[in-house]
Design a binder for this molecule. Structure first.
Ligand code: FAD
Ligand code: SF4
Length: 523
């Protein structure tokens, strides 16, 4: 149990004191803060490197809608952090609410076999916790994130837990893909999405929602500040630059920088929880090296920053002649998912899930802007149907895939990042096979083979994971099953960084489930 203290002296100067410091205001930090505030008596200070931002603001939304698609550009990564096999491509956001400000909200659970990768395939590492242990935390996270889904689909098993909102109906475009999947005997289901189903009015601009229907940590944090303003302090534009240790085991707080004034500061606390995302969390451990932890905190066995993995993605599209039903893209988000290849038999070469749909070959907006007549518009719409598929697959790790501290500082006053990533041959082969599966589905849907286009991208920072992986022993990883840094008493990491493997599914529901679990543990 961590208790509240008020003020303490550091080196003679009076310095602020919180009972718990959370580093990072993304979904991990926010879900965790909610658990700690709702069920405990903690005084929390949350440090966020990036600035404030307004949620559900009609003016921002209107600007975004009429053409300013760059609302998050001021908050993206340092462009120097690129790597041929693992580009960041502006994926992470440094701002209040972190990266969920522009996430997709797709929230599938991992499957039971995902927690046993090493035992089942020989690759990577097993999780020190299993699916059954995670199941109740998944159910709580689904409620907190407002997830829509099919409560009767028991793959993976739900043990009776209901989604808080029903699944989104399949669209007419989904039906085109579904017909093809059924004739190829490929299973499919409803996509689960964090979008507070009762508020969503399907305007389709989900990377900035005017009514806060899509889950973002930004809006969640706004609510927390209203509900618990007396016990939650958010310090934006305040990057934490160092974790302070009292001897080897105990952290006593953090050093930070106030970017508004340029002044450095310190804060003490009874516990520090690092929720800075996969890159910054491991970098903070590395840059806090000292006499007791010469290679960085938690890094005596050399795992901090290693094992970096993400999701290779791939896509394919083709045109089916004729669109007599004038099917158009109805939703701005995915409502269909196939997890057919996200199953134990595909695990040894890299499981994958995919989504898809069908719509017009050119956008209505483009036709209007091109000033075409109504009959020309009708003819264009009826001329063909664009069928598209996109998926992502599990990547296997290598200890040589790693994040290290670069030279110089970012604009947030943090060390720059270096990424060293090679290519796993088996993943490349599997990706090629998965793309061929897409081609078969499109041909079966009636697309002309010579017009089918395919593509693939290496992983990026979006789903980056495993740089502080969870393990039973400090010889194999960085944090224990309670997310406590091995060899310390009161320092925790809550991030995709703790995943020992990444599965095929998107990571954030699993991250939120771990955050709920950590919150209960600390209470
Ligand atoms: C385009 C895109 C789409 C995505 N879609 C999906 C999806 O559909 N489904 C899914 O499951 N996942 C998706 N993701 C991934 C998802 O966004 C991440 O899993 C999730 O945001 C991670 O949350 P986090 O809290 O760990 O990190 P973040 O959200 O990145 O938050 C970390 C915060 O910590 C701050 N910070 C970092 N270091 C410091 C420091 N030293 N001091 C102070 N503050 C610091 C950062 O500024 C940031 O605000 C997507 C990602 C991208 C980029
Ligand atoms: S579709 Fe729903 S979640 Fe997306 S922007 Fe519209 S209301 Fe918000």
């Amino acid at each position: 149990m961590v208790r509240m203290l008020l003020w303490a002296a550091i080196g003679g100067a009076l310095s602020e004191m919180a009972s718990i410091i959370i580093v990072g205001s993304g979904v991990a930090g926010t879900v965790l803060a909610r658990q700690l505030l709702a069920n405990g008596d903690h005084q929390i200070t949350m440090f966020e490197a990036g600035p404030e931002f307004a949620s559900g603001n009609r003016r921002i939304w209107l600007d975004h809608l009429v053409g300013n698609n760059r609302i998050y550009e001021p908050f993206v990564d340092d462009p120097r952090m690129e790597n041929e096999n693992f580009g960041l491509r502006g994926s992470r956001l440094f701002m209040k609410g972190g990266t969920t400000n522009h996430w997709g909200g797709l929230t599938p659970r991992f499957k039971p076999e995902d927690f046993e990768l090493k035992s089942r395939t020989g690759y990577g590492a097993d999780w020190p916790i299993d699916y059954d242990e995670m199941a109740p935390w998944y159910a709580r996270a689904e409620i907190l994130l407002g997830v829509t889904g099919d409560s009767d689909n028991d793959d993976p098993p739900r043990y009776g837990a209901r989604y808080p909102f029903p699944a989104t109906e399949f669209t007419l475009g989904d039906r085109v893909v579904i017909d093809s999947l059924e004739s190829l005997e490929i299973s499919y289901g409803h996509m689960s999405i964090a979008r507070s189903g009762d508020r969503c009015i399907t305007t389709g601009t989900c990377d900035y929602c005017p009514v806060n229907a899509r889950y973002t940590a930004l809006f969640d944090l706004d609510q927390l500040q209203i509900e618990y303003g007396d016990r939650l302090t958010l310090r934006t534009e305040s990057p934490v630059t160092r974790i302070l240790m009292d001897g080897k085991r105990r952290t006593r707080g953090v050093d930070f920088l106030d970017l508004k004034t340029g002044a450095p500061g310190s804060m003490e606390a009874e516990a520090v929880i690092v929720c800075g995302g996969t890159f910054e969390s491991c970098k903070l451990l590395l840059s806090s090296a000292g006499t007791d932890w010469v290679d960085g905190i938690g890094n005596d066995s050399g795992h901090v920053g290693r094992h970096l993995i993400g999701h290779p993605v791939f896509f394919a599209s083709g045109v089916r002649p004729g669109n007599p039903d004038r099917i158009a893209n109805e939703l701005g988000f995915d409502s269909l998912i196939s997890r057919h290849f996200d199953s134990p038999e595909y695990q040894h070469k890299g499981k994958m899930w995919f989504s898809g749909g069908a719509g017009m070959t050119s956008s209505l907006e483009e036709l209007i802007l091109a000033d075409v007549s109504r009959s020309e518009m009708n003819a264009s719409i009826a001329s063909g149907l664009m069928v598209s598929l996109g998926g992502e697959m599990e990547q296997f790790e290598s200890p040589e895939n790693r994040v290290t501290l670069g030279r110089g500082k970012t604009r947030h006053g943090l060390p720059t990042t270096e990424i060293h990533v090679g290519v796993h041959e088996i993943n490349l082969q599997a990706r090629q096979e998965h793309v061929q599966t897409f081609v078969e589905i499109l041909k079966t849907a009636g697309c002309k083979e010579d017009g089918i286009e395919t593509g693939a991208l290496n992983p990026d920072g979006a789903h980056a994971s495993a740089t502080c992986r969870m393990s039973r022993s400090d010889a194999d990883g960085v944090v224990d099953p309670n997310l406590q840094v091995h060899g310390t008493d009161n320092l925790y990491i809550c991030s995709n960084a703790v995943f020992p493997s990444i599965a095929a599914a998107n990571p954030t529901l699993t991250l939120a489930a771990l955050a709920v679990r950590l919150g209960d543990y600390l209470n």
